[in-house]
Every structure is written in structure tokens, then in C-alpha cells.
Design a protein. Structure first.
Lengths: 462, 177
């Protein structure tokens, strides 16, 4: 029970009936619960290690509504600091990126080191009479986890470590982290971060990326103009390949976990299919990577991830290798941030083809996501009306048709998978969301991994 | 030859006048949704570029803009890609432009120089967009074009668009600059 009389699981979120209240997207008090109970507790993506390669490098990040500094200190250690002076709250860093050994507050000139310590305070002697314990007043620092170069941060000590937080979903995030050759090669982010505002609640984007093959009609116009970099078919890098093969198109989630993914499982172990015939360097690269991947992963090379959402607001895409966050700006607005990555050792031709493709696919200038945002924006408007809010959204597709441990046991024993279109991933997302929101501040101990696991077994037994 | 016509100032004035008329005609085409006719104004090898803008320390301007051909950019493309954008709108299924935007392209502070490479035209732009019932966006910035002389006027060989925004406040960039 949360937020006074409000109940999330079984109340606003009734996934067992395939229903979710529109209040979830539009209510101010639900939003405030999210900030306290979700964003202040979850692991959130702040950046990629390649954005801060040198000691002293920093970039800004966002966690929930708040600005953070993601940096590499003089000793090479990664930190995430809340971007606010401990004295009066002014931002201590207002540059999107740079290299600095210290952050000086523009207001009263408190100075913090790249390790977060308060190292200088004007008039410490004449004003504070040496009575200020500077050791107590360093920058507010988050827990940091670097996972194959992807850096996540968390404010809550009670939240399990990042790998436990991923849980059984780890296989799928690993699949994303693998370079095209199937190994854990080094990725590098292109310079620049897409940052833009969208007039919708952040969850429309998170649940869409988490597995919504049903929304294909949104993209009829981009499929018609053929965005695929190979110029053959469709809007994805893999569309031509996909259409030539026997496969299961999967929605993937795990009961009790909010992370969700989508991908393809090839029914056979196929040879590489030529895709970039007109670009020999690119073609050779992907052919070679494909062979190495098969050799390295064996049977598991038959799974190709398309993308997913790391609960709650981190969405990634494979093939285009993007990593984005849906940052809340009130219930009715979202500030999206996204970076794009390529394998560091890929030939320049490959990097350029992928860069050129991704910036035309995703984001506000992307032919595909433009149409998504149009739908999310007006879907959000549909969650605001006094009358409209009395009527739930429908989340019942494929209910009861989830398959366990299918189509291959190694995809995860506890996996819930469905073919083609289903809303199982959205239900898993909102079940997890509701459990966080039903947990009042200070009670997170009750929702540790063991408790989650118990809940999962209970659901699995149903 | 008329001696008055020889003065560089008058030449510049005439060139500026011609470019001004060209831009007015271009704006007219875009605002009238004559996108295919607009494409005809673009050189086959046009580079159409709009970088991202970073907040940087005063004087440390390197990296203030993302680089074409290397970094992420809002646009970094050629005519084929712009033709795709036009085709997408014309499917009638491009929901972000369906119903289509109402736009007004305003151009000012025009400066024109001609050299061996053609004509360098710099201006400020204000692109106002209204869509559906209450959606509005105001895009303001600098535009640096390179124009080629062509029968009946000019062709745009390069368009560099510097939007004065860090976080893009519009939900999309479906309009042409």
C-alpha cells in the first residue's frame, strides 16, 4: 500500500486483468511517488566509459530529474556526483563535457576535487572560524557500477548490486554488450549526446522500447522509403536478412524482473547473408564478425537481440547500438538523452555507415522515432482527460500464452517468451514498477532480491 | 561598359538582391509544401548539416559543435537522404507530419560574398512551425550556405545550420531549414 490509500499492484496496475489505469501516466502524485520510490532506488544509466577516457574527463548525466557529473578522477576511478553545491545548491558544473581536476561553485566559490572532496572554502578562517568540517561536506556521490563499459549509478544503499539487479536478464544485456564478433570487445561512443524534449510521460517510451512489435503500423512511412543502410528492404539493418529466414521473433521477460527485451531466434544455424554488397569493406567486416560470432557462441549465436529496456528508463537498441535514457520532467514531459556506439576497432567505413544510419533512424531527426514520438505524445494526452482517466488502458495481448524456457532452454530457464506480438513485456515492466511504488521510503529492505525471487516463484506457480 | 556597374559595391548589391529573391522563393516553396520543387533547388552533391551544440567554458570553443562526418549531428546528409524525407512526408503516413506542419521561414541579416568556390551566403533564420491544434516551435539560428550559379538562379551546394539550442526543445525536426 502506498501514497496514502493508493495501491499500485492490484489497484492502478491490474496486469492480471490486462488493465492499467491511465493515472499511471498522468497523475502528479503518482509521478512524485516515482521520483522517491523508483528513480531514487533504481540503477540508472549515466554514460559510457569511452566518454571519459582520460583522468579528469567529465560529462554531465541525468538521474531522474537531477543533473549529475560523471567523471574519471586523477587516479582513473569513475564517479557520479549530484551536480549541486552542498552550501546553497548551485550547479558546480555547467559544461556538457571537459577535463578538470576541480569543480568550483560559481556562487560562493566552494571548490570540490575530481574525487568529490570539498577542498577549498573561501573565508574558512575569518568567516567559519575553522569550525566547518570540510570532510562532511563533499559532493553527494552515487554508487557506481561499470558493466562492459556502460556506467550505471544508484542512490540507494539497499538496492542490490548492478549484476544482481540485472538478474536473469543479464544474458540479454550481455548480448547487447557483445561486439559484432560475439566477444566483449571495446565500444566507443560517438561524440555528442542527443538531448531533446518530448511531450509525453517517460513510460510510453520505456515500454515501447521494451518490446512492442505490435506498433509496426507506426512505421509504414519509413518502411516505404527504405531506411536500411544496405538499401535493400525495410528500416532495420537486418530486415532483408530476417525476411529470408525461418525464425521466431521473440518478446522476452522474466517474472519478477522489470527488464525486458526483444529479439530473433533463428530456427537453423544460417550462413552469413550478404547485406552490404556495394560497400566491400563493410561487407567484409560483418562477414568476418558473423563467422567469429558463430565460432565463439556456438548454438547461442542463433539469438540476435533487437533491443530492450533496462528497468526503469534505460532503453537500448542492438545493431544500431544506441543507449538512451527517458528522463522525467514532470508527468507530462520527458527529456530524452541518447548516445550511439561502435566497436572501437571497426574500420572507419563501418563506423561511418552505422553513424549515418543511426542518426537518421532515432531521435528527433530520425525518420523512425519521429513517428513514435507523435504517437506517444497524443497517447499521453489521452491519459489526461477527466473522463478518459476513468477508463483503463488495455494490456491484455497474449495473456496466458507466455512460454517458459522456449524456444531454447539456454535462453533462460525462467524466461517468458512469446512469438511476434504480445504485451507480456509491458505487463512485466508495470508489475515491477508497481512493486517499487508500493514500497514506501525506508521499506526497501522488504524488496531485496530474495524477496523478488520468492515473488517470482509464487507467480510461476500460478 | 557602364562605369557604375563596375563598382564592387553595386555588384555586391545586385548579388545580394538576387540571393534575397532566391531565398524568398525557396521559403515560399517550403511554406507552400512544394517539397519536390524545393529539392530541385538543391545541388546533387549538397551537404546538409546541423550539428549538436555543447555548453563549453568561455574561450574553450573547440568541441562546442559536433563535427560533420565524425560525431553525432542532427543532420549530416546529402540529397538522397533529403529526398527520402520528402517521400516520407508524401506517403501521408508519416504521423509526425500528418497533418502536415504550417511553417513560416523568415530570413534576415543576409551577407553575401562571391569567391572562386561560388557564393557564400550567411544569414539568420527564424522558422516558426505550428501544427495540429496548439503545437508550436520556434527555431532560431544561423545558416551558412554555399550557392552555385545555375540557370534561372542558384543551387544550394552546402547548407550548414546552427540552431541556437542545447537540449532540443522541439519533439522532432521534420521541417526543412
Amino acid at each position: 500500500m502506498a501514497g496514502g490509500d493508493r495501491k499500485y499492484l492490484g489497484g492502478l496496475v491490474r496486469t492480471s486483468e490486462g488493465r492499467i489505469s491511465r493515472e499511471v501516466f498522468s497523475s502528479r502524485s503518482v509521478y512524485e511517488d516515482e521520483l522517491e520510490r523508483l528513480f531514487a532506488r533504481c540503477w540508472l544509466f549515466v554514460g559510457h566509459a569511452s566518454q571519459v577516457p582520460e583522468p579528469g574527463d567529465f560529462v554531465l548525466g541525468r538521474m531522474g530529474e537531477e543533473s549529475v557529473i560523471f567523471n574519471r578522477d586523477r587516479n582513473g576511478k569513475l564517479h557520479v556526483f549530484l551536480n549541486t553545491c552542498r552550501h546553497r545548491g548551485m550547479r558546480v558544473c555547467r559544461y556538457d563535457q571537459g577535463n578538470s581536476r576541480k569543480f568550483t561553485c560559481p556562487y560562493h566559490a566552494w571548490v570540490y576535487s575530481d574525487e568529490g572532496g570539498l577542498i577549498a572554502v573561501p573565508k574558512l578562517e575569518s568567516g567559519y572560524h575553522n569550525e566547518l568540517d570540510t570532510a562532511e561536506w563533499g559532493l553527494i556521490e552515487a554508487r557506481v557500477a561499470e558493466y562492459h563499459g556502460y556506467v550505471f549509478a544508484c542512490w540507494d544503499e539497499e538496492t542490490p548490486g548492478f549484476e544482481d539487479y540485472l538478474g536473469d536478464f543479464r544474458f540479454y544485456f550481455d548480448d547487447y554488450c557483445r561486439t559484432f564478433d560475439g566477444g566483449f570487445g571495446e565500444w566507443e561512443a560517438f561524440g555528442g549526446t542527443f538531448k531533446w524534449r518530448m511531450p509525453c510521460n517517460w513510460k510510453f517510451a520505456a515500454e515501447n522500447f521494451g518490446g512492442d512489435y505490435y506498433h509496426n503500423p507506426s512505421h509504414a512511412s519509413v518502411d516505404a522509403v527504405i531506411l536500411s543502410p544496405a538499401g535493400v528492404e525495410g528500416r532495420h539493418t537486418y530486415d532483408a536478412v530476417t525476411r529470408a529466414r525461418e525464425l521466431h521473433r521473440l518478446n522476452i521477460c522474466f517474472p519478477g524482473i522489470g527488464h525486458t527485451a526483444r529479439g530473433e531466434y533463428f530456427k537453423e544455424d544460417y550462413e552469413y547473408m550478404p547485406t552490404y554488397q556495394e560497400m566491400p569493406v563493410v561487407e567484409d567486416y560483418f562477414r568476418e564478425c558473423y563467422a567469429k560470432r558463430r565460432e565463439r557462441l556456438g548454438e547461442k549465436a542463433r539469438f540476435f537481440g533487437h533491443g530492450g529496456t533496462i528497468f526503469p528508463n534505460v532503453s537500448y537498441s542492438n545493431g544500431v547500438q544506441s543507449m538512451g535514457t527517458w528522463n522525467p520532467v514532470g508527468p507530462h514531459e520527458t527529456e530524452a538523452w541518447r548516445i550511439f556506439l561502435v566497436p572501437k576497432d571497426a574500420p572507419d567505413e563501418v563506423k561511418n555507415v552505422l553513424r549515418h544510419y543511426v542518426i537518421r533512424y532515432q531521435g528527433p531527426s530520425g525518420l523512425t522515432e519521429q513517428d513514435d514520438m507523435e504517437n506517444w505524445g497524443y497517447a499521453h494526452e489521452g491519459a489526461r482527460g477527466t473522463i478518459a482517466r476513468r477508463f483503463d488502458y488495455h494490456y491484455g495481448m497474449g495473456q496466458g500464452h507466455e512460454k517458459r524456457g522456449w524456444p531454447a532452454e539456454w535462453l533462460g530457464g525462467d524466461i517468458y517468451a512469446t512469438e511476434d506480438v504480445s504485451e507480456q513485456n509491458q505487463r512485466a515492466f508495470f508489475d515491477c514498477w508497481a512493486r517499487y511504488l508500493d514500497t514506501p521510503p525506508g521499506a526497501q529492505g522488504a524488496r531485496k532480491p530474495s524477496a523478488q525471487r520468492a515473488g517470482k516463484n509464487a507467480e510461476a506457480a500460478e | 561598359m557602364d562605369s557604375h556597374r563596375d563598382t564592387p559595391e553595386l555588384e555586391r548589391l545586385l548579388l545580394r538582391h538576387a540571393v534575397e529573391r532566391f531565398y524568398a522563393m525557396e521559403a515560399e516553396l517550403l511554406d507552400a509544401r512544394q517539397f519536390e520543387a524545393w529539392l530541385d533547388l538543391l545541388d546533387e552533391d549538397i551537404h546538409y548539416w546541423m550539428p549538436l551544440t555543447r555548453n563549453k567554458a568561455f574561450g574553450e570553443w573547440e568541441g562546442e559543435l559536433t563535427e560533420a562526418g565524425k560525431d553525432l549531428n542532427w543532420f549530416d546528409e546529402g540529397k538522397f537522404e533529403l529526398e527520402q524525407r520528402v517521400k516520407q512526408i508524401m506517403t501521408g503516413l508519416h504521423w509526425a507530419e500528418e497533418p502536415v506542419s504550417r511553417t513560416s521561414h523568415l530570413i534576415s541579416n543576409l551577407q553575401v560574398e562571391e569567391d572562386g568556390d561560388g557564393i557564400a551566403a550567411r544569414c539568420r533564420f527564424l522558422l516558426y512551425r505550428s501544427r495540429n491544434e496548439t503545437e508550436t516551435d520556434t527555431f532560431v539560428g544561423k545558416r551558412h550556405d554555399r550557392l552555385k550559379r545555375a540557370p534561372g538562379g542558384f543551387r544550394i551546394a552546402e547548407r550548414r545550420i546552427f540552431l541556437d539550442q542545447n537540449v532540443l526543445l522541439a519533439k522532432n525536426l521534420t521541417v526543412f531549414f
